[in-house]
Design a protein around this ligand. Sequence first.
Ligand SMILES: [Zn+2]
Length: 196
Amino acid sequence: MSTPSIKVAARDAGLVIAGEPLAVDLADTIRMSFDPPRDLIQDVQRNEIFWKVEQPQLPEGAGAADLESTKRLRAGIRRLFDAKVDGAPLDADALHLINQFAAAAIAQPQLSTTEERPVARVNWISETPGALSLAVAARSAIEVLTGPNADRLRRCASHACSMFFVALNAKRQWCTPDGCGNRERVARYARAAVPI
Ligand SMILES: [Zn+2]
């Protein structure tokens, strides 16, 4: 499948891919604001679309992970992200799960060279392409929770939304400017237009 058609397929599946880290994108494949929650990777086909559209965040040799493992990792990531955002202690089982997935691939840093300069690359070793994708997603979660932007992990300010994002801009409150941000602006104008 070519890149434009995978983007269309992702959009049709309701997946919002907006430059967030891989672990955040995975956490956001379930919308808790719907009752019952809406799962955007509810079947094998949509799960494959998710991993294909995330290809730019995955190393060479990675491929679609199986649906069950993807959902298991997602559940662990969401528990940790929820706790972080709420300032609650991180759940030990979820930590163990993330570490297990992260350990399923080994990264070998390698130094090579072009004619002009040294070049760093990483050689990944894993049992399957899917295990590699899950390991990279788990490492992404570790980075989100501990990296330089760890305190910028947020949940969308809309009560009708459950999406996480990393607020590289400290003022950012909304998951997407054309989604919740836009709805809030429209609502604000509507409130302002009502005479008191
Ligand atoms: Zn939102």
